[in-house]
Design a binder for this molecule. Structure first.
Ligand code: MTE
Length: 323
């Protein structure tokens, strides 16, 4: 596979070894493609869970009532594990982003809603969180790097935000962006990434019951490293679709170009639905390492959520739905 070498991918070998027991180490270290994998997959975990959160003004909204419809069969991942093993490139390319992410000022925070909507508007995060009926849902979370966890997110259905935005009939997609502030996010000083982090869904996906706007985790407001104060969770897709620290939501007629597509379209597509039968070009997706355990378990199509989402993809069989 031909990939242009981008120096931004080049991380020290020491930072790329955590996944080596299940990624093909030689492939990892064997060239530009390997460097890309190392960057997305890399990073040994340290043991210092973060305390940073800018969303404390909404602390009274937690814990929210758990919605029993979203129960799952696996035990929850301990917070000490999931809060210390994060992908947040704005704060570094390894998993230990917690100390750096304390620089994220998540309060005050404004979210801009624009594009193909009846009337563009801006709303403060606190107003939004108080306007929505918050609930807790237990979701599986499967990273494209083949690790997974089980997380108690708190938030509200993305469909409620779509309804608030009132998209016009021409709107077919929803684009979500992370803030852009090089002073607050040192990672954004790297010119090799197409900042700001951008993700997108079709409007039909955004209106699916499972698509969830996350404001909290483990019964309290989001810690910075999880993407405070507002992030997405679309658990049937690889984790990179779940954009963090969102401050702009745009409705568009065209499919938005996403961060990972911009970097490596051959490996990270728009749909990115979980499928054990479709390998990443450089590693298998057949199984996953369960964070906080020694277990490897088989990966399930749509990460186990096929019943809820498979219908969204009828008639789209010619698309690269699983990459
Ligand atoms: N959002 C932003 N803004 N920046 C990122 O680097 N990483 C993505 C996604 N959202 C990322 C992001 C990836 S690759 C994954 S797997 C998940 O966030 C990780 O979420 P977690 O740290 O809560 O496990």
């Amino acid at each position: 596979m031909l990939i242009k070498v981008k120096r931004g991918w080049e991380i020290p070998e020491s930072a790329a070894t955590a996944e080596a027991h299940f990624l093909n180490r030689r492939a990892l270290l064997g060239g530009a493609a390997g460097l890309a994998a190392a960057s997305l997959a890399g990073g040994a975990a340290a043991a210092v869970p973060g305390e940073g959160t800018g969303a404390t003004r909404t602390a009274d909204l937690y814990p929210a009532k758990r919605n029993a419809a979203y129960a799952i069969e696996r035990p929850l991942t301990p917070e000490s594990e999931s809060a210390d093993y994060n992908n947040f490139y704005e704060y570094g390319t390894n998993k230990t982003v917690t100390p750096a992410s304390n620089a994220l000022k998540a309060q005050p925070w404004t979210i801009k809603v624009d594009g193909l909507v009846e009337k563009p508007f801006e709303i403060g995060f606190e107003d939004l969180a108080r306007k929505m009926a918050l609930e807790e849902r237990l979701y599986r979370h499967r990273c494209v790097e083949a690790w997974s966890m089980t997380v108690p997110w708190t938030g509200f259905p993305l469909a409620a935000l779509v309804a608030l935005a009132r998209p016009t009939s021409g709107a077919k997609y929803i684009q979500m962006q992370t803030f852009l502030d090089k002073a607050m996010a040192p990672g954004q000083r790297s010119p090799f990434y197409p900042w700001p982090y951008t993700e997108g869904l079709t409007l039909a996906e955004a209106n699916n019951d499972l698509a969830f706007m996350v404001t909290g985790v483990y019964g309290k407001p989001l810690l910075n490293q999880f993407g405070a104060p507002l992030r997405l969770a679309v658990p049937w897709k690889y984790g990179f679709k779940s954009v963090k620290s969102i401050n702009r939501i745009s409705f568009t007629a065209e499919r938005p170009k996403t961060f990972w597509e911009g970097l490596q379209a051959s490996e990270y597509g728009f749909w990115a639905n979980v499928n054990p039968a479709v390998s990443h070009p450089r590693w298998s997706q057949a199984s996953e390492r369960v964070l906080g355990t020694d277990e490897r378990i088989p990966t399930r199509i749509y990460n186990g959520y096929g019943e809820q989402v498979a219908d969204l993809y009828k008639g789209l069989e010619k698309e690269r739905l699983f990459a």
